[in-house]
Design a protein around this ligand. Structure first.
Ligand code: ADP
Ligand code: MG
Length: 315
């Protein structure tokens, strides 16, 4: 009875603590309750992670929102879990119209964590461009290229290096709006050093990498510029698999070099080999690719300059 009275007194002091008063204003909107997160479809899968389309419907009345949810394939505590946590802490700091929007996280049983982001129904440029080729003009491709540069320029201004810029990691918001995603390999660089040294080598997107990444495992902002050049090449080919960057390289060195492939790639790049101008790609655009592919990082163009070039090409 004493306890009941005590509770009554507290209730009188703090009227909002009553059992039927839901403290909605105190709920952190970036914390998603796993009970209300329902999987609808698979969106993509990498070596360690997967991305799923889910509906988040906390009121259970079908007023919920669609979200994209990234989680690890195996519930582990290993380095992969560390990567996902880093991806989350990167994404939550980025606010730009050309970067996929972070929505929050979902934690389950203390340990596992999921990244909740906005859902872009049209998927990546790699899925979208081959399908919509007939409706997409070259002018439109250049608009996408400029938007990618704007997102990358912002990322660099926040002292991040993406390290995995490729058409598969650029998502389509609308016919005229693309966003950079997949911050799984993104590294923050301290102000006094302008490169990041890679330790893990598995799953490197080597055909998008600049020589210094392959040879010295160093990543600069200018290494992202090289990868942008390869992404621009993909755009201008509408992501045609027959002339994809890996395909073109393997055509050149001959199939199945096995363990030697990486060494051959480095040799070819050092010897000046570059992807050739895609069919019907304007010279002015190929010239920009070549400026992204200067051997020395300091000789490459930067994203700020590329933006002005695309602005000119688009006007
Ligand atoms: P991974 O680290 O496995 O490469 P990504 O973040 O690149 O993970 O996602 C893998 C694929 O899932 C993408 O290429 C894209 O097709 C799809 N995807 C990822 N995020 C979204 C999203 N927010 N909306 C729609 N599709 C997405
Ligand atoms: Mg990816």
């Amino acid at each position: 009875r004493a306890i009941v009275r005590e509770l009554d007194r507290i209730k009188e002091q703090k009227p909002s603590m009553g059992s039927n008063a839901i403290p909605t204003l105190d709920v952190d909107p970036s914390l998603f309750d796993s009970r209300f997160l329902k999987k609808i479809d698979d969106l993509g899968e990498g070596h360690f992670g997967k991305v799923e389309l889910c509906i988040y419907d906390p009121y259970g009345d079908h007023t919920g929102q669609m979200v994209a949810v990234k989680s690890l394939k195996s519930e582990s505590d290993g380095p992969e879990s560390c990567n996902l946590r880093r991806e989350i802490s990167t994404m939550r700091e980025l606010y730009h119209q050309n970067i996929v929007k972070y929505k929050g996280i979902c934690t389950e049983e203390g340990r596992t964590i999921k990244l909740i982001m906005e859902y872009l129904p049209a998927g990546s440029l790699k899925d979208y461009l081959p399908k919509k080729k007939a409706q997409i003009s070259q002018h439109r491709l250049l608009l996408y290229a400029m938007q990618i540069c704007q997102g990358m320029d912002y990322l660099g201004s926040q002292n991040y290096i993406h390290r995995d810029l490729a058409a598969r990691n650029v998502l389509v918001k609308s016919e005229t709006h693309v966003k950079i995603g997949d911050f799984g390999l993104t590294k923050s660089i301290k102000n006094n050093e302008n490169y990041y040294t890679v330790k893990e080598e598995q799953d490197s997107p080597v055909y998008w990498y600049a020589p210094e990444c392959l040879i010295h495992r160093k990543f600069y902002k200018a290494s992202d510029v090289w990868s942008f050049g390869v992404t621009l090449y993909e755009l201008m080919t509408y992501c045609d698999r027959k002339c994809s960057p890996p395909e073109m390289f393997l055509n050149m060195v001959g199939p199945s070099q096995g363990q030697m492939t990486m060494a051959r790639l480095v040799k070819a790049l050092e010897g000046g080999w570059r992807l050739s101008c895609p069919p019907s790609c304007p010279d002015m655009v190929y010239t920009q690719m070549r400026k992204c592919w200067a051997h020395a990082p300091e000789d490459r163009v930067d994203f700020t300059h590329l933006i002005t070039v695309f602005e000119r090409l688009l006007s």
